[in-house]
Structure formats: structure tokens, C-alpha cells
Design a protein around this ligand. Structure first.
Ligand code: PRX
Length: 629
């Protein structure tokens, strides 16, 4: 790789260009031109090339119910057939699909044939319990082979999974169970992270007592630690008892392309998380396509995406994309800092990982650790197997990019800084490793076919060099289909009328005047991004005020943080014993009761207040807050 000092452009090496599937900018430009010339023809070609259809589609894009778009609507397919059976039919049955490394370092390899057999057993087990096509199944489990197999099993029988991250509370789990109306929950007795046993089943039990969960008829429990957990007769069953004796084959349920493959909850501007609904056909296409072009996944690669299956990154780049291409991937149960902060580097060395995909927060915290402890510095490990690095979830600051590039990538690996969202299903703006010259901190150019643009509040294009609102002008196959059960909110959140029918991402962005590259400037709504995790300020506020004994009022804003990107800054008025004065009982609310977040944001950042404060109920509070901050 060579570096052009003037523009800080990092060019892919000739060898990288030659080896890559999308080789050189001319190849990128050809794809962009193909999509511009015949948008639906472009996606149809790729959908035929990458996906095996049971019944081929004849319709490509149906815009008649916009913004409820349909893709490939009359085609049928099965996602698990595409990820498993198809690879075995191509002779990959004995190839390792998953290299699972447990928290304590124990390694298990699962071949494609074994993963298919396990998936079919779970699928048959779910069917035996009465789970049918269209039912929703909650998966509340940590990183494991059964976690991936459970997702595939749901897909196999046409049940819609909704994975809930194992760190979420009983209340959050309950909310998701109620909103989905799930008939079953798949969980484990406990989870193991950083050398500690943490509860899972006990939290499911608590969630189910909080009300609104009558839809749940069965709870399937994987034995992870074997420690005692309560089992409720008639409702709870050990996974092994239900599943291990089931046949290892299960005919896939062929579903329509628009059949909901999964619901995944994410934070929005209001207190209630949104159940993002994804399709089967369009989603799987983009999962496979981006794994192929952005990660350039080849037969000999060992791919490692460090995300958890509880997040969209773990869906697209663990549970579906790499498997759809017949790849070998790492599934890691633990945390990057256990037993020490060299864990990632040691695992890359041990498993000869070739493609590594992680979040800027992890990189920044590992930089800190390496600076104080030479033993966990990446240079202490043999990382020569790596050929490509990726970044996801939040903006990567140029300093972290440079460190990642030099110390992990040995100066030779391209970095794909992939911008996307739960709602987009897969990468939207990203370099392609054998084509795009890279600029640290920029996610560069739209993925071929994605019509990303920057506009003002009226939907008019802004010139390069001026910031604005990030939109996508045309529907794309893996886009969110709706918010589960709330089509109105879907329309309002993502397709506001003033934006001419464009998809509103919720981020601000700017294009460089010279390179035309995109840089994401951060959320423009009341959503925080803490360590790459999306959190709604109102969600955190409701959690705080739900401590009714102690908290009178709460207001939450973000504050820039060197490690986590953004930190939560909560202004809390306690009922006792502080503060005492009546005046302190009004945070920074207007007379109509609206929190003036921009003021709190300025205070949190230590900036002077320049905004209009005349509508505040108690303007004197600002000085008081600034002093206590
Ligand atoms: O603000 C953007 C940021 O993460 C948000 C999406 O979060 P979530 O739905 O949880 O999905 C995260 C994994 C895809 C976006 O609206 N974001 C994500 N990737 C990047 C990013 N910001 C800057 N650069 C990125 N590469």
C-alpha cells in the first residue's frame, strides 16, 4: 500500500487490486454506471447470481405502496437453504463454517454439514413445540454455535427471529417479547463473559413475570454452565431434551421474498425502541453481496466479525453473509480484555484470521491498553495472516484509523470503514478493498447501487463541501420494510414528506469537495452512539425516572468521549437529599415542559451558551448546572 502524503490517500497495493473481486476504481465505476442505467436490472442480475431461488422472481421492485417497498416479491427462497444446504451441495460439507472460541479459550469447529444437522434438529424441535411459519421467536443467548443455529433454524421453518442482546435487562426483554408477540424464547442457563457467569434464564423468568408475555408458550434452555436454574414445568425445557433426538434433516419452508426474516429492536428518538423488520430475499442478497464485495471473502479466508449476534452487525456478518458465501468464520463468546487486552491479537494469531472487522471503540480501548502494557501490544503477536481490516458502528477518528492500519494491519491491509445501520441491513457507504483509495476517518463512497446523497431540510442537494442530512434517494433491496406493528411511525421516522420520499438515515454527513468522499458527522436526532451502541436519550431518561423513589426529573445528552465516542451525560434532579432549592427542580426545561437538549449538550461539552434561553422556565439553572458539571 502506498501513501499519498498531500491528500492522505491510502491506495490499495497493486497486489490487493489484482486479487480483489472488484478490482480497481474502473470496476467500481462500471457497477455504479450499470445501476444508474438500469437500476432494477442491476439488482435483479445480482439477486439471480447470489441467491438460490426456489421459485425465481419475475417482479423486481414494487413501488405501488411506497414507502412500503417490495423486492423480488413473487420469488420464493429459504435463507437457511442458501447459507447451509447450498454449500454442502457445492462440496463444502466438511469445510469449517464456525470456529467457536469460548470465553475460557476452548475451541470447537463446526463444519457446514454439522451446522446444517444442528439447525435441522433445532428446527424440528421448534416445530414439535408447535412453532409455525410467521410465528416470532425471541433468542436471548450469548455468542455460541447454538445461537447461530437457532437463528438459522427459525429461518428454516419460516419463523421470524428477534435476537435480544444478552446484556439487556428483564424489562427490555419483556418489552420486546410483548411487542413481537413471540411464542417461544430460546435462551441458556447462563452466559460466560470475562471469566464470570452471568444470568440469562433468570432474566427470562423475571421478564415473563412482568406482564404482557402471555404469548410465550415455550422456553428452550441451552445448558451453558450447568449451574442450577429454575425450570417452570410445562413451559421450560432443556434444549438438549427437545432437540438432540430430532432428525438431522428438515425440509426448508420456502417463503416469499418479503417474508420477515427477523425483527431487531433499535433505539429511536422516542422512548420506545423500534422493531426493525427485515425481509428474506432482499436482506439476504445484500448480506451476501456486501460480504463478497466489501470483505472480498474468498474460499481460503478466515473471517472474524467481533460483533454480537444481538446487534445487526452480528446478524448480517456472522449469522448470514459469510455463511451465504460458504466462508469460515470465528464466533467468539468472550470480551476483548479477558484474560488480557491481547485477546483479539492472540486469536488472530491462533486462528490465522485473514479478515478482521471490529468497532472503533474496541480499537481505542485496545490502543490505551497497549500503550500502558507492552505485552498486549499487537506487535507482540504474529498478525501476518491478516489481509483486510474493517470498522463499523461509529465514526473512526483518524488517529485510531492510523494506529489500526499500522499496528494491526502492518501497513499493508486496507481498512473498510463501513457506514450502515440496523435499518439498512448491510453496508451503505464503504471503500471496496481492491478499488477505493482510503482517507482515514471517511467511509468514502456509496456501495455500488446505493443512491446516498446529502440534502438540506427541503430535500435539495447541497454542494460538496457543505454538510447536510444524509439520505438514500432510491429504495434498495435490504432496506427496513416497516417498524413491526407501526407503519405510521415507520413512515414518519424514515420518509418525512419534506424530503421528497428519500430515506432519512438520521445522520449528518459532508462530502469532500475534492474527493467527493462522505464523512459522517453524527446523529442529527436524539440518539446517542456510545461505544457503537445506539441509545435513545428518552429511553435513558425513562429508565432514570422509573426510579420513582429517588429521581424527580432527568435529561440526557451526549458528550464527546475519547474512548467510547460519545458518553452519556445525565442531568438528574433527585427527590432527596440534593438539591434542596426549589429552583434546582427544573432541569433546563422550557415553560411548555420541553427539555432544551442543545443547552444541556453545550454544558456537557463545557462550551459557552450562545443559544436563545428566553423560553426557559428557570434561566438561572444554566449557571448552576455549568458549575456542578
Ligand atoms: O450514526 C451512525 C453510526 O451508527 C448508527 C447506526 O447504528 P446501528 O443501527 O446500531 O448499527 C450499527 C452497525 C451498523 C448510524 O446511524 N455508524 C455506523 N457505522 C458508522 C457510523 N458512523 C460513522 N461511521 C461508520 N462507519
Amino acid at each position: 500500500m502506498s501513501e499519498n502524503q498531500d491528500q492522505k490517500l491510502y491506495l490499495p497495493s497493486d497486489a490487493a487490486v489484482k486479487a480483489a473481486r472488484i478490482s480497481g476504481m474502473a470496476a467500481y465505476d462500471r457497477l455504479v454506471a450499470e445501476a444508474a442505467q438500469d437500476y432494477t436490472g442491476y439488482w435483479a442480475r445480482l439477486a439471480r447470481e447470489l441467491i438460490s431461488w426456489k421459485k425465481p422472481f419475475t417482479q423486481v421492485l414494487d413501488e405501488s405502496q411506497a414507502p412500503f417497498f417490495k423486492w423480488f416479491a413473487d420469488g420464493t427462497l429459504n435463507a437457511s437453504y442458501n447459507c447451509l444446504d447450498r454449500n454442502i451441495e457445492r462440496g463444502l460439507g466438511d469445510k469449517t463454517a464456525l470456529i467457536f472460541e469460548a470465553d475460557d479459550g476452548a475451541v470447537t469447529r463446526t463444519s457446514y454439514s454439522q451446522l446444517l444437522a444442528r439447525t435441522c434438529q433445532i428446527a424440528n424441535g421448534l416445530k414439535a413445540l408447535g412453532v409455525r411459519k410467521g410465528d416470532r421467536v425471541i433468542i436471548y443467548i450469548s455468542m455460541s454455535v447454538d445461537g447461530v443455529a437457532a437463528m438459522q433454524a427459525c429461518a428454516r421453518i419460516g419463523a421470524t427471529h428477534s435476537v435480544v442482546f444478552g446484556g439487556f435487562s428483564a424489562q427490555s426483554l419483556r418489552d420486546r417479547i410483548e411487542d413481537t408477540g413471540a411464542v417461544a424464547v430460546i435462551t441458556a442457563d447462563q452466559q460466560v463473559r470475562g471469566g464470570k457467569n452471568l444470568p440469562l434464564k433468570a432474566i427470562v423468568d423475571e421478564a415473563l413475570t412482568l406482564g404482557g408475555c402471555d404469548s410465550v408458550k415455550n422456553v428452550l434452555v441451552v445448558k451453558r454452565t450447568g449451574n442450577d436454574v429454575a425450570m417452570s414445568a410445562g413451559r421450560d425445557r432443556w434444549m438438549s431434551e427437545v432437540v438432540d433426538t430430532q432428525p438431522t434433516t428438515c425440509e426448508p419452508e420456502w417463503v416469499e421474498a418479503e417474508h420477515p426474516l427477523f425483527l431487531l429492536y433499535t433505539s429511536g428518538s422516542t422512548g420506545k425502541p423500534k422493531g426493525v423488520q427485515h425481509s428474506t430475499g432482499g436482506y439476504l442478497l445484500h448480506a451476501a453481496l456486501t460480504t463478497s464485495w466489501t470483505f472480498d471473502l474468498q474460499a481460503s479466508d478466515v473471517f472474524w466479525c467481533t460483533a454480537d449476534i444481538g446487534w445487526v452487525t452480528g446478524h448480517t456478518y456472522i449469522a448470514y453473509g459469510p455463511l451465504a458465501l460458504g466462508g469460515t468464520e470465528i464466533v467468539f463468546e468472550g470480551v476483548p480484555t479477558y484474560p488480557d487486552a491481547g485477546r483479539f491479537w492472540k486469536m488472530i494469531q491462533d486462528h490465522k484470521v485473514t479478515i478482521f472487522y471490529t468497532a472503533p471503540t474496541a480499537i481505542r480501548s485496545l490502543i490505551k491498553a497497549a500503550e500502558t502494557n507492552e505485552a498486549v501490544h499487537p506487535r507482540k503477536y504474529d498478525l501476518s495472516s491478516l489481509r483486510l481490516l474493517g470498522s463499523v458502528g461509529e465514526p473512526i477518528n483518524p488517529a485510531a484509523w492510523e494506529w489500526y492500519h499500522a499496528n494491526v494491519g502492518g501497513g499493508r491491509c486496507p481498512i473498510v470503514d463501513t457506514f450502515w445501520q440496523t435499518e439498512t441491513g448491510g453496508h451503505m457507504i464503504t471503500p471496496l478493498p481492491g478499488a477505493t483509495p482510503m482517507v482515514p476517518g471517511s467511509c468514502t463512497l456509496p456501495f455500488p447501487g446505493i443512491q446516498a446523497a446529502i440534502v438540506d431540510e427541503t430535500g435539495a442537494d447541497v454542494p460538496n463541501g457543505s454538510g447536510g442530512i444524509l439520505v438514500v434517494k432510491k429504495p434498495w433491496p435490504s432496506m427496513i420494510r416497516t417498524i413491526w406493528g407501526d407503519g405510521e411511525r415507520f413512515k414518519k421516522s424514515y420518509f418525512p414528506p419534506e424530503l421528497k420520499g428519500y430515506y432519512l438515515a438520521g445522520d449528518g454527513a459532508i462530502r469532500d469537495a475534492k474527493t467527493t468522499y462522505f464523512t459522517i458527522t453524527g446523529r442529527i436526532d436524539d440518539v446517542l452512539n456510545v461505544s457503537g451502541h445506539r441509545m435513545g436519550t428518552m429511553e435513558i431518561e425513562s429508565a432514570l425516572v422509573s426510579c420513582t423513589e429517588l429521581v424527580a426529573e432527568a435529561a440526557v445528552v451526549g458528550r464527546p468521549d475519547d474512548t467510547t465516542g460519545e458518553a452519556i451525560c445525565a442531568f438528574v434532579v433527585l427527590k432527596r437529599p440534593r438539591p434542596t432549592g426549589e429552583e434546582a427542580k427544573k432541569i433546563a426545561k422550557t415553560r411548555s415542559g420541553k427539555i432544551m437538549r442543545r443547552l444541556l449538550r453545550s454544558i456537557a461539552k463545557g462550551e459557552p451558551i450562545t443559544q436563545d434561553t428566553s423560553t426557559l422556565e428557570n434561566p438561572a439553572i444554566l449557571d448552576q448546572l455549568a458549575q456542578t458539571n
